[in-house]
Design a protein around this ligand. Structure first.
Ligand code: MN
Length: 741
């Protein structure tokens, strides 16, 4: 076949054909295969070209045809996946790579017993059903030309075809593909029997020539008289199906020879039933032989009516009655759904992609569950695939995942949005934890919630890179959001303190002054402590300092100036509460509702008496018999006491909403320079960051420095970090750390 002939064939059923793509694939594959030859001595390129031609008979799209042309390039020439991606796009590249994988495996599994390998791989690459369509066409052409292959190789290839590819074609509803594969395989597996039966059938056909044409014309006449437009044809018996029947029913050839097969193809479903009625009133029918696959289609989407009647010479006549569309579906199976995508008239067994996938899914289940002599191999030579699991979406889409994958990986494999909004899952219809390890064949339904963001702890649970990267991204974004909402809160209070009203939109006009790109940047930087709130106020109200001096008394905090600390002297400073904010007692006591997730039941929950955990810290729950659950920061040294008692450790997470107003105790330790105003600076910094000092213990370490341990109350970790950062910048502070006991 020539280049223009191929293009013409495709354009005969697809007017908008992308000719450039076909031409490019044709030229590329021809050049790549160059002077390579097939076993037959033909140029190698004749093979991909024939494979493409087979697929045009199924009227497949030009991408599939292009993939057919390219299908052996990666494996057999110097072409690479990258080159194909670059030239033809990633979708085509992925399909060609899928075919390459199958081919490599075929080469490895020299023995037919290793068919299981192949089944698994087919499963792995069948994400896009077109891989299988090209693979089947490839196999069909190889079977047609098997005579040229060395005789010792033929049996294995034929066996593999019989055991894997023919059933696969059948399960995909591609009857004519299946028939031809079976016949070709049979002729190589059992040449003598094949030849004997073929000869018998030919003799029989010759002998019954008149009878067959008599039945055909009688049927045609009756249908015409009843005004049912129809095509009547006799069905040739296939040697393989005769042989199978003989084996199954233990019958001699002669006993099977009085069965004749005919097919009536009509225009509509209604005509199918009218034709059936006509046949049944003309000849007597064999009870129990009527099968209505129109009202109850086969699993692979096959639709037809089957019946058997007693013909004019008392011979048995098997009839199939179906519409033309049903016929094409029966012949081409899933491939035909490309043709009949939007038919909703019920005449087509497979009318959309989901059905096609559902069919494939059943195929795979059946292949996976079929007992075969090579099953034991699964535990020996199959490590290659033991590291993969294949799961399904509720709609039957296959998701291939590495071994150990969780529903979280599954969700991200389906779509990043699905992963990011995943809050739970059902495995095979049952609610299960999202950290469950998935098994082959599991059907996974992801339960989603819009308000969810993936907990950062998932990062260590997932096994796929895609999931890990997405969780990391999402966590970063969540942290950024936390800082920006903290920044907004700080600005609100800061403005309020200056008697101004904070409006987000006002920031827009001062962005250049602040050297920031967006309002969001300003809020985030304020939240992070990289931009003092006073800078923002000053940018918006350049004269605010004068205004303040004119309208306000000196702030109360100035009373701290000059406070001196003596060596070893302890001060207890009452909390610097502002504007009557309610402060929760925090550490130690039992709490009514504690914002922690991961705890089931009604066990009382409390923070560890030594405290120190604020939202954002990694935390751990410890089950204390008789007391309930105590929450510790993961860094707490006290946790050492529970080492080795793993059954007492409970995974917990904070359950904090950004608007949370509750405060949590935290402790910082710092060294302050002994100078007038140092304490005031520290207290002022803490206060201007909207934190409260609950307690402060000071001890003089030398003449120059005073050590302070300050108990603060903060909203969360980012709030605490902001305060530490700002304190660290003060010249009065020489060293500052957070203390977790
Ligand atoms: Mn090939």
């Amino acid at each position: 076949m020539r280049q223009y002939e191929l293009v013409e064939r495709v354009s005969s059923y697809n007017k908008d054909v992308n000719e450039a793509l076909l031409n490019k694939a044709y030229v590329y594959a021809m050049q790549k295969h160059g002077t390579q030859l097939r076993a037959s001595g033909d140029p190698y390129f004749s093979h991909p070209l024939e494979v493409a031609a087979i697929l045009t008979e199924m009227k497949l799209d030009e991408e599939t045809i292009a993939v057919a042309l390219l299908h052996d390039t990666i494996e057999d020439t110097d072409a690479t996946r990258k080159e194909i991606d670059d030239k033809f796009g990633e979708r085509i590249g992925a399909l060609v790579e899928g075919l390459t994988k199958i081919k490599r495996l075929e080469l490895v599994s020299k023995k037919a017993e290793q068919g299981e390998n192949l089944r698994r791989l087919l499963l792995a690459v069948s994400d896009d059903i077109r891989v299988l369509l090209v693979k089947l066409a490839d196999r069909l052409h190889n079977m047609r030309t098997l005579n040229h292959v060395k005789i010792e190789k033929r049996a294995r290839i034929a066996q593999e075809t019989m055991e894997i590819y023919a059933p696969l074609a059948g399960r995909m509803g591609m009857q004519s593909m299946r028939d031809e594969l079976e016949e070709l395989a049979f002729s190589h597996i059992n040449p003598e029997t094949h030849e004997t039966i073929t000869k018998h059938l030919e003799e029989l056909a010759e002998k019954n020539k008149n009878l067959i044409s008599q039945i055909t014309s009688e049927l045609s006449q009756k249908l015409e008289q009843s005004k049912i437009p129809a095509d009547v044809s006799s069905r040739r018996k296939r040697p393989f199906s005769v042989s199978r029947k003989m084996e199954k029913k233990e019958l001699a050839f002669e006993q099977l020879s009085d069965i004749y097969g005919f097919r009536i193809i009509v225009e509509s479903v209604e005509d199918c039933y009218r034709a059936l009625g006509l046949v049944h009133t003309t000849w007597s029918f064999v009870p129990g032989r009527i099968k209505d696959y129109i009202s109850t289609p086969k699993q692979n989407g096959y639709k037809s009516i089957h019946t058997t009647v007693i013909g004019p010479k008392r011979q048995r006549v098997e009839l199939q009655i179906r519409t033309r569309k049903m016929h094409e579906i029966a012949e081409y199976g899933v491939a035909a759904h490309a043709l009949y995508k939007d038919l909703g008239d019920g005449a087509v067994g497979i009318s959309n992609e989901i059905d096609a996938y559902a069919t494939l899914r059943k195929t795979i289940e059946q292949l996976a569950h079929s007992t075969s002599p090579e099953e034991f191999l699964e535990h020996t030579k199959l490590e290659l695939f033991l590291d993969q699991v294949f799961c399904f979406t509720p709609k039957g889409r296959i998701i291939a995942l590495p071994h150990g994958a969780t529903p979280i990986d599954f969700a991200y494999a389906v779509h990043t949005d699905v992963g990011n909004s995943c809050v739970g899952c059902k495995i095979n219809g049952q609610l299960m934890p999202v950290i469950t390890e998935l098994q082959n064949g599991d059907e996974v339904e992801i339960i989603r919630s819009k308000s969810q963001t993936p907990p950062s702890a998932w990062e260590s649970v997932v096994v796929t890179g895609k999931a890990r990267a997405a969780i990391r991204r999402s966590t970063r974004e969540a942290v950024r959001l936390q800082y920006s909402s903290l920044g907004a809160r700080i600005l609100e209070r800061g403005f309020e303190r200056e008697g101004k009203v904070f409006e987000r939109e006002d920031i827009k006009e001062i962005l250049p002054k602040l050297a920031r790109q967006s309002i969001e940047d300003v809020l985030t930087d304020v939240g992070r402590g990289e931009l003092p709130s006073l800078d923002v106020i000053q940018a918006l109200y350049p004269n605010y300092l004068e205004e303040r001096a004119a309208t306000r008394k000196p702030p109360k905090e100035e009373g701290w100036f000059g406070l001196k600390t003596g060596a070893g002297l302890l001060f207890k400073i009452p909390g610097l509460r502002r504007r009557g904010q309610k402060v929760k007692s925090g550490a130690g006591g039992l709490m009514g509702s504690i914002p922690i997730r991961g705890i089931k039941g009604d066990l009382p929950v409390r923070f560890s008496p030594s405290g120190g955990a604020v939202p954002g810290d990694r935390i751990v729950g410890i089950l204390e018999p008789g007391k309930g659950i105590t929450i510790y920061p993961a860094k707490s040294a006290e946790l050492r006491k529970f080492k080795g008692q793993t059954d007492r450790w409970i995974d917990v997470q904070w359950d904090i909403v950004p608007e949370n107003a509750e405060r949590f105790p935290a402790t910082i330790k710092l060294s302050a320079v002994n100078e007038p105003g140092a304490l005031a600076t520290i207290a002022d910094t803490i206060a201007s960051n909207e934190s409260n000092i609950q307690n402060m213990v000071m001890s003089a370490k030398s003449n120059d420095f005073t050590q302070m341990v300050i108990d603060l109350e903060v909203w969360d970790l980012s709030h605490l970090e902001r305060i530490i950062k700002q304190l660290a910048k003060k010249s009065a502070v020489s060293k500052i750390i957070r203390i977790i006991e």
